[in-house]
Write a protein that binds this ligand. Structure first.
Ligand SMILES: O=C(O)C(=O)C[C@]1(C(=O)O)C=C[C@@H](O)C=C1
Length: 158
């Protein structure tokens, strides 16, 4: 796969892997998984980073929503698993630190997307290749599909 597609898959997996850490913090602090004000902030930041990277800012909205929906679903599945068998005394990473990491990964994602789109639109093989690379625990096939479908809506800026 071309380098931009490689980094796209790596960074997507890293973002989704962080959801286990986010869920650990939330379980320890009795916080709900969904945080809508935070989602607005992530989206706003993503539009700004998209514009700076040379993408059409609003065109990343469905992708960011799909990523956050996948992120919530992954967290809910961990919490459900830990109800029946607790994960042990694993110390939670501070949510503020995790959120900085998420924002940094989003920036990398948008840059890799810009690089990839400069070479042309996603082909079916690219999507199939990415689908095989995305392999984090608790990511459902449906959520993976939604993330991949939303990639095709992202456009270069003018
Ligand atoms: O920051 C959080 O609290 C997260 O759970 C991560 C995240 C995201 O994917 O960026 C996912 C769900 C929340 O509703 C908000 C943001």
């Amino acid at each position: 796969a071309p380098p931009s597609l490689d980094s796209l898959s790596t960074v997507l997996n890293q973002r989704m892997l962080l959801m286990k850490e986010v869920a650990t913090w939330k379980a320890e602090h009795h916080l709900p998984v969904e945080d809508l004000p935070r989602e607005q902030a992530v989206l706003k930041e993503a539009r700004e980073k998209a514009a700076a990277a040379g993408l059409a800012p609003q065109s990343v909205d469905p992708f960011m929503h799909a990523l956050m929906n996948a992120g919530k679903a992954i967290q809910y599945r961990y919490l459900a698993d830990w109800q029946s068998s607790p994960d042990g005394a694993h110390h939670a990473v501070d949510l503020a630190v995790l959120r900085q990491q998420i924002i940094a990964l989003d920036s990398q994602l948008l840059q890799a997307l810009h690089q990839r789109l400069q070479a042309g639109a996603f082909a079916d093989e690219d999507i199939m290749w990415l689908s095989a690379q995305l392999n984090v625990p608790n990511l459902s096939a449906e959520d993976k599909k939604a993330v991949l479908a939303s990639l095709r809506l992202i456009r270069l800026g003018t």
